[in-house]
Design a protein around this ligand. Structure first.
Ligand code: NAP
Length: 295
């Protein structure tokens, strides 16, 4: 594998920009019709949470398209009851169409209690069991943003999914499993792999489409891919790099240099699935606003 990359780079940003422009237009129409913009509340428990940067990006993304987004901040020591009570208030607030809760939550707060408290009609990240169930059954509901982004980037890049063999590496409730269900919905034949999968390379090598969401830098190498495969790298991992400005750089779960010599198309990290993820949340917020504003 000494030749330069041959794979087409599936860039998320141009697609995200196109979708965001359409969302901005939808926000104008909604605001004109309803006299208020769509609203999003991001519940945050303590400012030093690892996901704060991501949540700030969501707020900025909303501002750019005209969605009224704000943090609802609880102290780091807040109890589960306080978090649940805050979510219930937001459920009842007619100016709030979508609710996101910072993940991971402090260990004293049960994830299930918080997820159950979110009104499914405001659950724009598709984490409530009702939305998860709707996806499982193939019905419309709110889709988890990252899983949606990983399949949408394929669709919008004109990659054929129907009838093709897909492997998803990772089975988390928020990324791997919903991505697998979405691929099934798109008529792919899907295998889901995890840590106990025997001979991961044999599974990925048999696949036309490989979606990797494992959180393990460089897990999928060039020789684990079938020539011409399409690769979606969902992973975002920080690896130390003293030459980088912040002392680290972001890499995916796929060895990009190797994979790009074997695959026909591949999403880069950063710049692939990442820019699409927040965009999907913006789409869902406007969808929730329309649902909530129904007569
Ligand atoms: P997670 O909850 O830790 O799940 C990881 C999954 O990968 C698990 O199912 C695990 O298997 C599997 N896995 C881990 N190592 C493996 C290995 N060596 N071989 C096979 N399977 C393996 O992580 P997540 O929340 O789904 O996130 C996955 C990745 O996506 C992370 O890098 C995360 O940073 C990234 N992410 C990106 C975005 C975005 O916007 N692009 C958004 C969210 C997450 P078991 O179930 O057997 O443990």
């Amino acid at each position: 594998m000494t030749d330069g990359p041959t794979a087409r780079r599936l860039e998320g940003k141009p697609i995200a920009d196109e979708i965001r422009a359409a969302v901005a237009e939808d926000v104008v129409s909604f605001t004109t019709a309803r006299g208020r913009p769509p609203g999003l509340a991001v519940v945050i428990v303590g400012r030093d949470a690892p996901s704060t940067v991501y949540l700030e990006q969501i707020i900025r993304g909303c501002a750019k398209v005209g969605i009224d987004a704000r943090f609802v901040e609880l102290e780091g020591e807040a109890t589960e009851a306080a978090v649940v009570a805050t979510i219930r208030e937001l459920n009842a607030d007619p100016r709030v169409d979508g609710v996101i809760v910072q993940m991971p939550l402090p260990p004293t707060i049960r994830l299930r209690a918080v997820i159950d408290a979110i009104d499914p009609d405001k659950d724009i990240d598709g984490i409530h069991p009702l939305n998860a169930g709707l996806l499982r059954l193939g019905y419309d509901g709110f889709l988890p943003a990252t899983a949606h982004a990983s399949v949408e980037i394929l669709r919008r890049s004109g990659i054929e999914i129907a009838g093709r063999d897909a492997v998803v590496v990772g089975r988390s409730a928020v990324v791997g499993m919903p991505a697998a269900f979405l691929l099934v919905k798109e008529d792919a034949t899907v295998t889901v792999c995890h840590r106990r999968t025997r001979d991961l390379a044999a599974k990925t090598r048999a696949a036309d489409i490989v979606v990797v969401a494992a959180g393990h830098p460089g897990l999928v190498t060039g020789e684990m891919l079938k020539p011409g495969a399409v690769v979606v790298d969902v992973g975002i991992n920080r690896v130390s790099d003293p030459s980088a400005k912040q002392g680290y750089r972001l890499v995916g779960d796929v060895n990009f240099t190797e994979a790009a010599q074997v695959a026909s198309a591949i999403t880069p990290v950063p710049g692939g699935v990442g820019p699409m993820t927040i965009t999907m949340l913006l789409v869902n917020t406007v969808q929730a606003a329309r649902l909530w504003a129904r007569p």
